[in-house]
Each structure stands twice: as C-alpha cells, then as structure tokens.
Design a protein around this ligand. Structure first.
Ligand code: SAH
Length: 471
C-alpha cells in the first residue's frame, strides 16, 4: 500500500513550479497593578512609586535596536496599539504578549491580512518547497488510519495551514484511497481571515447552497470546516492532527537568571520612544511554567541554564491534543524546527527572507521560536495516560523512512528536464542539512536543507501501537 501511494504519479506542482526560587503567586507584583503614567524612562534601573507599591524596573536595555530603525516612518497601528498597552498597563509587557500581538492581532498582526509565504513573501516552508512534503504526510496519515482499524469517520485537523498547500497535496496524493478520503472531515484551525480565504481557494472548495452552509473540497469530496482554536473542533470522533510550523509561532516567555532570581525579559518603551527589552524586577506569574519546565530537565541541564524560553501556550495546546487523542483515538504529527532539549534564547524575526531586529517595525516580520520538543512530550504524557509519544527524529529520517526516495523516483519518470531539476532541488531542500528556519544562505556554499534542524514527533493513542516510521 505504501508503495502504491508513493509511486502513483500526480504532478500538480511539478507543472507549476537553574530552577527558579520558590515563590507564591501572591508575592508577585503584577505590572498591571500599576496605573501610573509610564515610568520615567532611563537607560539604567528605574524605581516607580505607586500608592502602596514600589516597583523597581531594570531598564538597562538588553538589546538596543540599531539607530536606523523606523525613525522617519510614521507609527503603524500596531506600534500605537503596543505602546498604548504598555502605557495603560503602566509597565512593560512580556515577550509572549508582544509576540502574540505582533503575529495575531486581529487588525494588524503579521499573519492576519496577507499571504506571507513563498519567494514574494517573508519565508518559505516545506509544503511550499515541494509537493512531496504534503504527499509524504498523506502517506503517514493513511498508515495511521490503517493502524486505527480504518475508522469510518475521522476528523483530520490541521493547525495553522498557511496557504493550505500541505492539505491540498495530502488530499491529491491520497485521493485513490477512497475509503480513507471518504472517512475524512477536514478541520482547519486558522486565525487569519486572509489565509482562510487562500486555503478555501487552494483546496478548491465549493460552498454548497444548503442551509447548513456546507463547504466541500473538490480535491477529494471532503467537507471542510474552519475554526479559530482546537477547542472549537468537535470531539468524540477519532482525530488525526497535523501541526507543521505551527508551534514555532506560539508565544514564548523569556527568562534570565539574575541576582534577584529568575526574572522575565519584557518589552518596554524607552525615552527615545522605541521598544526596548527590560528585565522584570522579580519573578512573574509565567515563572510557574518555568518551574514546571525545569522539573522535566536533567540536573546537568538545570546547572547550565542562564536563559530559558518557554511556551505555556504550547504546553496547553499539547495537553488539549493529548486529551482528545487519549479519549477519541487517533494521533498527532508535529513537525517544526526546534531542539530535543530546553531552549535558551531562540526568538527571531524574519522579513523578506532575512533576519531582522525583533523589535523593529512589529507586524512587518515573522516572529518565531525554536520548539521545545521535550516539553511537548512531557505535557502530552501528563495530560493523558492513554497516549504515547515518539520521537523526535529529524525530518530527513522521517521523510526517508516513509519512502520519499521512491516518490521522487516515480515523479522523475514523468517530467521534463526543467521539472526534474526543480524536483531534485526540492528533494534536497526537504532532506538536506541547513539552518532553521529555512535559510537560503548568502552564497552557493551555504547549506540550504531543512532535513536536520526540523524535527518530527508523534503523539498517539496507546491502543494503536507505534506509528510508522517511529518504530
Ligand atoms: N503550516 C503552514 C504555515 C505555517 S505558518 C506551512 O507549513 O506552510 C503558521 C500558520 O499558523 C499560519 O497559517 C498562521 O496564520 C497560523 N497561526 C499562527 N498563530 C496562530 C494561532 N494562535 N491560532 C491559529 N492559527 C495561527
């Protein structure tokens, strides 16, 4: 069956192209309790007096944006919005809050109003590199569905589908497996109205004129539904979840060890009216997640820690996924750039395929962080005793073991020279070595592959055994 999937030729895109100190929540002075005007900014430590409270904010900038940053350009709506949050909060906001606003603010978030992918956009992802990526995810999905005992009804959920390319390739690639495609209800979890529209187009959706407003993808005759969160996807049905480059977009909190204990890195507005990083005067509520994360680290890991990045949203999302899979059956596949260890400081901004300053012109660049795979594993195992977690393995191992070599060979049989060149280039981008996120490199010598920095992990219902290729 696997071979049939791999050799069946569909040439869609071929033809187009240290442990924190213990503290109680109540001992934390939330910045939000301050209602004074913004602290007098200074490049050094500042003390803010407030009735009943004295809060010392370390304003020594941890990073100073270069002078050329957005000096002459008028402030964007998002910059005004971020500044007003900081002003009315009476103090800095967490890096996580900054990241969430920058990426998904309903009016001006990076993802919300436009197509950000591909050569003309800001960055490129594996599904956009080659149709083979979505096809191989299709192979994985059909194999797991077989292992699940071929259920008649399955919710196939994709978190953050981007342009919808992965799902379109998956559906085209598996369309000959009628029993599989007929079992599917597709649920796309997407916050961006602009990208939802693009997904509708790329999945060749037809809006049925019935009262229920059914939407069907004509690629495989499957119903498609959109949701803002995973919680909105109906449960009670076996579920397959795909999260490709979704976790890296979830907000992270950044902590730094200081003489005051683990303090949180925050974003503030300086005297120069620009955004700057500052350190919280003491541990913040998010440090509760930091403590939890540290309990999953080895003593050697904890010893070395000076900076830690954690994503409570990722932990919560994983728990929701694991609970569903544990009770309804099915599995999740997570592919992203990240590490199989605690992450120290990885947040980065990318605009037009180049790394830029995180605080410069927010909303115009993608912000993403390395995914902490052990934290996903532990969160899933903690949420449900009915799931098992396998991996991570590299993208190269994952695609190789599923048979991408056979697939590329099959496609090469039916194409012209130009298509063959693009197929081979796409293949090497998917499995070769290189920096993550996908980086084209300044010269031809720079490795450009996504094969080793991108990792794959699966969470499955224990009754289904270990899915391919994680055995
Ligand atoms: N999986 C796609 C796109 C990755 S980019 C690919 O590999 O090409 C991240 C995607 O997640 C985008 O579609 C973005 O709009 C969506 N997204 C980011 N944060 C989200 C959130 N909090 N809720 C729902 N969707 C989100």
């Amino acid at each position: 069956m696997l071979r049939k999937l791999l050799t069946q030729t569909s040439s869609r895109r071929l033809l187009s192209s240290g442990i924190p100190p213990l503290f109680s929540k109540s001992s934390i002075s939330p910045f939000s309790s301050l209602s004074s005007s913004p602290e007098p900014p200074s490049s050094e430590s500042t003390t803010v007096e407030h009735p009943g409270t004295t809060i010392s904010v370390d304003r020594s900038s941890l990073y100073t944006p270069p002078d050329h940053s957005h000096e002459s350009t008028p402030e964007t709506e998002l910059v005004k919005h971020l500044k007003s949050i900081i002003k009315f909060r009476g103090g800095p906001i967490s890096v996580a809050e900054y990241m969430e606003e920058v990426l998904t603010n309903p009016k001006a978030g990076f993802y919300m109003n436009r197509d950000v992918f591909g050569a003309q956009g800001d960055f490129i992802t594996s599904p956009e590199v080659s149709q083979m990526f979505g096809e191989m995810i299709g192979v994985w999905t059909v194999c797991l569905w077989e292992q699940m005992g071929r259920p008649e009804r399955v919710n196939l959920v994709e978190l953050g589908p981007g342009r919808g390319t992965l799902m379109a390739d998956l559906l085209r690639g598996t369309s000959k497996f009628r029993n599989f495609t007929e079992s599917l209800h597709i649920h796309l979890v997407e916050c961006s109205p602009a990208l939802q529209k693009l997904q509708h187009q790329n999945l060749k959706c037809i809006d049925e004129s019935s009262l229920e407003k059914k939407v069907i993808s004509s690629l495989a005759g499957t119903p498609v539904h959109w949701h803002a969160t995973l919680e909105e996807v109906p449960s009670g049905v076996p579920t397959l979840i795909i999260a490709h480059e979704f976790y890296d977009a979830l907000p992270v909190h950044q902590f730094q060890k200081s003489s005051r204990g683990w303090c949180e890195k925050m974003v503030d507005v300086g005297e120069d009216s620009k955004f700057h990083f500052v350190l919280s005067p003491q541990p913040t509520p998010a440090a509760l997640y930091l403590m939890k994360r540290c309990t999953w680290a080895t003593p050697e890991e904890r010893e070395k820690l000076e900076h830690v990045e954690i994503s409570p949203k990722s932990m919560d999302l994983t728990q929701e996924m694991a609970k569903r899979i544990g009770s309804d059956g099915g599995g999740a596949l997570i592919i992203d750039y990240g590490m199989n260890e605690i992450i120290s400081d990885s947040l980065q901004a990318i605009r037009k395929h180049k790394f830029v300053n995180i605080l410069d012109d927010p909303g115009s660049a993608d912000l993403s962080a390395y995914v902490d795979f052990p934290s996903i594993k532990h969160s899933a195992e903690e949420a449900s005793e009915n799931v098992s977690v396998h991996g991570p393995m590299t993208q190269s191992q994952f695609l190789g073991s599923l048979g991408i070599n056979f697939r590329v060979d099959a496609l090469l049989q039916n194409c012209n020279d130009e298509q063959a060149e693009s197929l081979r280039a796409g293949y090497w981008q998917l499995v070769g070595d290189g920096e993550a996120p996908f980086w084209e490199g300044p010269d031809e010598q720079t490795p450009i592959g996504m094969g080793t920095r991108y990792l794959a992990m699966t969470i499955v219902n224990k009754n289904q055994g270990i899915p391919a290729p994680f055995q």
